[in-house]
Design a protein around this ligand. Sequence first.
Ligand SMILES: NC(=O)c1ccc[n+]([C@@H]2O[C@H](COP(=O)([O-])OP(=O)(O)OC[C@H]3O[C@@H](n4cnc5c(N)ncnc54)[C@H](OP(=O)(O)O)[C@@H]3O)[C@@H](O)[C@H]2O)c1
Length: 285
Amino acid sequence: MNILVTGASGQLGSEIREKSTEFSQHNYFFEDSKSLDITDSEKVKEVIEENNIEVVMNCAAYTSVDKAESEELNAENVNSLGVKNLLLALKGKGKLIHISTDYVFNGKSYEPYKEEHYVEPIGVYGKTKRLGEEYILNSEVESIIIRTSWVYSSFGNNFVKTMLRLGKERNELNVIFDQIGSPTYARDLALVCLDSIDKDFSNLSKIYHYSNEGVTSWYDFAKAIMEISGVDCKIYPIETKDYPTPAKRPNYSLLNKTKIKKEFNITIPYWRDSLKDCIKKIERN
Ligand SMILES: NC(=O)c1ccc[n+]([C@@H]2O[C@H](COP(=O)([O-])OP(=O)(O)OC[C@H]3O[C@@H](n4cnc5c(N)ncnc54)[C@H](OP(=O)(O)O)[C@@H]3O)[C@@H](O)[C@H]2O)c1
């Protein structure tokens, strides 16, 4: 099959590119934001038609959560209209694997979010990602949406790499302890995306939740990063209110992964084990 990966130089796109060698029965077309801007509907159509694309893995997204608050139109163009462009070009031709976010929820739950839980984004990024989901849910194109959370990788910029850098520059750091969730190693998610290519989408649900197993706070996550990497930096817990940011973030964003584990028949790695693998890879590089 011919597979198009959009946003191919991002964290997830890069992991998919690396892992695609293990799924070599398919032909892959990796396009980054320069070679294929998904807000350009004509170009999207051209790339999909000329290459006979049968599956699009949409890893392209406007992911700057704080910047989105002042750049709503840009965020909406990529996260909503970009998705619409992919759907229009895929109609009658192929299927879509799309990635969404825990930020579609308001963070007020006391139990892990199931796929059918009502959505109520509290920031612009989450709002625009939800609009993208709505286009998919209202489309006839065979699609799955995988919502994920707290993504990190050896590629790109993320919390793990920032902590490793700051940990080496400073003796102590303050990190928020009152936002709870599960990290996701983009490599683990990449394998799930690649594994889903051959599935019969007519037998699948529309939305799945995926993160690594286990629960943590940003504070505990930072402590684990320092411990695993052997960086001598003290981490102190602070409250969200003491670290103001332009965007509000959900306090609680744990995702219930029962459905994907059952329907995809997968075992999900524990977050600390995946973190160890990622840090090893970062150190090797
Ligand atoms: N990162 C997280 O913590 C997180 C959490 C939950 C869900 N997600 C979702 O997971 C998915 C993958 O995220 P990620 O962490 O891999 O994000 P990422 O590293 O920021 O990658 C996103 C990629 O999309 C590209 N892009 C931006 N605008 C584009 C456009 N108009 N056309 C084509 N490409 C465009 C970016 O290219 P440039 O860099 O050149 O702009 C970047 O390479 C996204 O759907 C995101 O919403 C991420």
